[in-house]
Design a protein around this ligand. Structure first.
Ligand SMILES: NC(=O)C1=CN([C@@H]2O[C@H](COP(=O)(O)OP(=O)(O)OC[C@H]3O[C@@H](n4cnc5c(N)ncnc54)[C@H](OP(=O)(O)O)[C@@H]3O)[C@@H](O)[C@H]2O)C=CC1
Ligand SMILES: O=C(O)C1=N[C@H](C(=O)O)C[C@H](O)C1
Length: 254
């Protein structure tokens, strides 16, 4: 049995994760962390000031975090103090926050950290790794669309796409939207849409004269992201300390 605490327990992802943990054999929901205290699926949800008490009392095996960057850093640091494994889906970390996370996790706990827990997106990234080197002479544009409530832009997934492209075709300047008189150089254009309840769309277009190729992924239901996080939670329990990508959980490494 893997005992799970969910940070962001009242959020869009967190509340669905709490419900699906209670419905998944082998996982047990033992607590939550929220911006306010309360209960979720019959377990206590505490504010971040009470994390240490919760982790001491409930002795979870894994903490799953889907919050905002600053709250995630606090939860991650607490989990490492209590030797609790981690699944982190929160996006929008600054470079300094990423360093804080690496420093906290290294040598202490196993952590699966991914900007996207959909299996399809992780396969999409792998396809991109293989395809992009063949398309290095093409103009490249990246776009993403999400619901109106999303706070960070571009999405974490889009940032991962950009780092895959940097590695595959060499680092290029990123141009975030265009306005006025602009001349395209050897850059990557990045375009962000926000509206309605779009779960998550990502696309990469490679264009040259007379032809283009677009690789895209669309999530129709947040459940695909939640399912991936739960697969990661079951996997990470008992692993050696270190940061693992979700592709390692899925055994997608080529
Ligand atoms: N990796 C992946 O596959 C995915 C990643 N995400 C990422 O996950 C994060 C959450 O997304 P989503 O669920 O849509 O966002 P929500 O805003 O719905 O959920 C975040 C929750 O965190 C709570 N929160 C804020 N501060 C704290 C704190 N200090 N301690 C505990 N909880 C806190 C918020 O409370 P309040 O509302 O009161 O502020 C809210 O309930 C985002 O960064 C998003 O990009 C999302 C989907 C998939
Ligand atoms: O905030 C969201 O909703 C999502 N965030 C992740 C991201 O920033 O890439 C993943 C997913 O697309 C949904």
């Amino acid at each position: 049995m893997t005992k799970v605490v969910v940070s962001g327990a009242f959020g869009r992802m967190g509340s669905m994760i709490c419900r699906m943990v209670t419905e998944t054999e082998g996982l047990e929901l033992v607590g939550g962390i929220g911006n306010q205290a309360g209960t979720q699926f019959n377990v206590e949800v505490v504010k971040s000031e009470e994390i240490d008490r919760l982790l001491t009392e409930q002795q979870p095996d894994v903490l799953i975090d889907f919050t905002i960057a600053s709250a995630a850093v606090t939860a991650i640091q607490a989990a490492t103090r209590h030797h609790v494994g981690l699944v982190v889906g929160t996006t929008g970390f600054s470079d300094a926050q990423q360093r804080q996370i690496r420093d906290a996790v290294e040598g202490t706990v196993p952590a699966v950290i991914s900007t996207n827990f959909s299996i399809g997106v992780n396969i999409f990234w792998q396809i991109l790794r293989n395809a992009a080197p063949l398309l290095s002479e093409y103009d490249i544009e990246v776009s993403e669309a999400h619901h109106r409530h999303k706070k960070d832009a571009p999405s974490g997934t889009a940032k991962t796409i950009l780092s895959i492209l940097d590695e595959a075709v060499g680092e290029r300047e990123k141009v975030y939207g265009r306005e006025g008189i602009t001349e395209r150089k050897n850059e990557i254009g990045v375009h962000v849409f926000r509206g309605g309840d779009i779960v998550g769309d990502h696309a990469v277009t490679f264009a040259k004269n007379f032809e283009s190729i677009t690789l895209s992924h669309r999530a129709y239901d947040r459940a695909v992201l939640v399912k991936g996080a739960l697969i990661a939670a079951a996997w990470v329990h008992g692993k050696l300390p270190g940061i693992y990508p979700f592709s390692a959980v899925l055994d997608l490494e080529s």
